[in-house]
Design a protein around this ligand. Sequence first.
Ligand SMILES: Nc1nc2c(c(=O)[nH]1)N[C@H]1C(S)=C(S)[C@@H](COP(=O)(O)O)O[C@H]1N2
Ligand SMILES: [Mo]
Length: 214
Amino acid sequence: MTGDRPTASSAQPSGPDVLPPGQRRVVGWPVSHYGPVPRFRPERWDLKVFGATRRTEPYGWTWDEVTALARVTVVADLHCAQGTTSTGHEWFGIPTGTILRLAPPAPDVTHVMAWAEYGFSANMRLSDFTAPTTLLATHRGGEPLTAEHGSPLRLVVPHLYGYKSVKWLRGIEYLTADRPGFWEERGYHHIGDVWTGKRYSYEDDDGDATLLRR
Ligand SMILES: Nc1nc2c(c(=O)[nH]1)N[C@H]1C(S)=C(S)[C@@H](COP(=O)(O)O)O[C@H]1N2
Ligand SMILES: [Mo]
């Protein structure tokens, strides 16, 4: 995972040239998100970890504190659930293991909700958040992230559809039960694993996922 050589992500079982079902390769790196692009104000920015933390108080870090954390490189593709895949992104950022170590979750935490500016959110299993290729990226291709790609900090979860790779990340909420995020409330699959190809909740064998019903 660390180092200057591209590493095959665990999310790519058949090698780096194989795309998940239903995906087509796109040239370059298109921008895709809902809503406006937030402006980064370093002095007002923080990253919070809250919810079911092992200690009761939440954790928070300033931008300077976040950039002081050790970072790694992960090379991976980005699969939008609309069917486009941009390939070969060299992400540089903080491994989620660091977050777990600095802000330990309570023993009964099963899921996390990643929170962005303007209230965008995405839920995922704790195991997807802690996967070895999941990271909080500050750079891509050796350059700081641009505003439209999630500057200053974005989550990257290569083995899940792009709607889980939350741009403009501001918070991690530990959950003791699953809860739908922004796109999951609108019918997108609560797990979003690209290799199973399930993009929508109705594709589950048991019909509509009960946990997404409110
Ligand atoms: N905050 C936020 N993050 C987001 C989104 C969004 O609407 N808001 N869209 C997601 C979706 S659907 C995709 S496919 C990826 C696209 O990332 P990119 O624009 O860097 O290619 O961002 C994800 N992260
Ligand atoms: Mo997407």
